[in-house]
Design a protein around this ligand. Structure first.
Ligand code: NAG
Ligand code: NAG
Ligand code: NAG
Ligand code: NAG
Length: 410
């Protein structure tokens, strides 16, 4: 990590946009509106009327959104320049057009990024960038800043806002596909959001790309390795659905979890309807998360990936769900690639999943959230006495700085 000051400078140098969701009290006579912003890197000089696809790329543990923005942009440029993934003897494939794809890399700050948020906050205590504690952003945890805000924003709620923004027909009339992707801790977030998230995309199909995550949220309490050293905690969120106490609950999950922790519906939705593409590097032998809870899932990134595929197949068999075979969940093992986001995204399968999924725009959406924009789609936790908050105006981009194109890509 660069020092905070340099961190901030880099951001300004290549462009930053502030993406705001306004949160209003459920009690409508309270006129105090508080604005919290999610920062993000986004392709510039695009014509919203031409955009058919957005790739929402989630950063890693180092909150290196700029790196993931660059890598995804590079993969797209490479794919459009060489058309490698489209070489097929049997049929001609639609050629990718760069200007039809938008890349958006949200930035989940934490306490270590103080230089960034203090400067940007400009002295206001109720507005400013959203900051989450530690790595809680990856699990859907609540924000701790802006301070003084009377409620906290879950990082999953922030993703809901981003999805709603891109699914808005008035802004993006030709949008056909939303991809939520991540590598490493970003992949952990993508997998967990795919499981619990509201995914409020209305009529648009949403696909998730999960590359080399450090751990998964399991769907049942079974694990491939011994749980003896953490038998109380191994199935708690974020590792499993055994104990879930976060405030973020989509409508669906709230109902599903409320019945004595009966999570069957959540599992069924994930394995039957949520479109998840797993990518594992066959050289990714890194241990990553060494906590006991992660070790119960396997010893390395690759092993955890393989084990999770078996787990999914078991769940599918038990519930008589034909998910994996129906291409709801797909897996690609990327030869010789280690814990390397660029290597994963640049691979044939990576390019296929990120940029060619639904390239003809013919898919029917499934497994997405409630299309009614007025519906309430997140709730305070069952044990919380906090007032219920809901968004009233979502995702208004209110400041954009010019993004100087990355020289190496020109
Ligand atoms: C881009 O694609 C070309 C053609 O397949 C390949 O030779 C090149 O290595 C790729 N670039 C990167 C950075 O992987
Ligand atoms: C919610 O935000 C406040 C500050 O705005 C913070 O003091 C509190 O710890 C946060 N709660 C959680 C659960 O993060
Ligand atoms: C549990 O912890 C003990 C003591 O540290 C260790 O010897 C043992 O191998 C651990 N068991 C597993 C399954 O990791
Ligand atoms: C993988 O890497 C090894 C050693 O670098 C090399 O010998 C082998 O040919 C590579 N395999 C593939 C499929 O690229």
């Amino acid at each position: 990590m660069p020092t905070p000051t340099l961190f901030f400078t880099i951001v300004i140098a290549i462009g930053l946009l502030r993406f705001a969701a306004c949160f209003n009290s459920a009690d409508d006579d309270d006129s105090d509106e508080e604005t919290a912003g999610l920062f993000a890197f986004q392709t510039t000089d695009f014509d919203p009327e031409k955009i058919k696809r957005v790739v929402i790329q989630l950063h890693g543990q180092g909150r290196d959104a700029w790196l993931y923005f660059d890598q995804t942009t590079e993969a797209l440029y490479n794919a459009t320049r060489t058309n490698t993934a489209s070489k097929s003897k049997s049929k001609k494939r639609t050629k990718l057009k760069r200007y039809e794809t938008l890349i958006f890399a949200p930035w989940f700050l934490n306490e270590d990024d103080e230089g960034a948020y203090t400067d940007l906050d400009a002295g206001s205590s109720t507005a400013g960038p959203l900051v989450w504690p530690g790595s809680e952003w990856a699990n859907g945890g609540d924000s701790i800043l802006p301070s003084g805000a009377s409620d906290n924003v879950s990082s999953f709620e922030a993703i809901d806002g981003v999805i709603r923004h891109f699914a808005d027909r008035d802004t993006f009339p030709k949008m056909e596909t939303i991809i939520v992707a991540g590598h490493s801790m970003g992949a952990q977030m993508a997998q967990r959001y795919a499981l619990l998230g509201a995914v409020p995309s209305g009529r648009l199909p949403v696909h998730f790309v999960v590359a080399n995550p450090g751990s998964f949220a399991y769907l049942t309490p079974s694990r491939p390795n011994s749980v003896e050293n953490c038998s109380e905690t191994y199935d708690q969120w974020k590792y499993g659905l055994g104990v879930y106490e976060q405030r973020y609950l989509s409508d669906f999950v709230r109902e599903s979890l409320d019945q004595q922790n009966d999570v069957t519906d959540v599992r069924k939705r994930y394995s039957e309807q949520r479109l998840v593409h797993y990518l594992f590097g066959t050289a990714d032998h890194g241990k990553g998360d060494t906590r006991c809870e992660a070790v119960t899932q396997g010893l390395t990134h690759l092993e955890r990936g393989r084990n999770y595929m078996r787990h999914l197949a078991d769940v599918v068999n038990d519930d008589s769900i034909a998910a994996v075979t129906a291409n709801i969940h797909t897996v690609d093992y990327i030869k010789n690639v280690s814990h390397d986001g660029l290597g994963m995204f640049m691979s044939k399968a990576g390019i296929e999943r990120l940029f060619y999924t639904n390239v003809l725009g013919e898919e029917e959406p499934q497994g997405v959230g409630d299309a009614d924009p007025d519906s309430q789609y997140f709730y305070p936790s069952r044990s919380s006495s906090l007032a219920s908050w809901r968004p009233t105006a979502l995702a208004t981009v209110f400041a954009t700085l010019a993004l100087a194109a990355i020289p190496s890509l020109l």
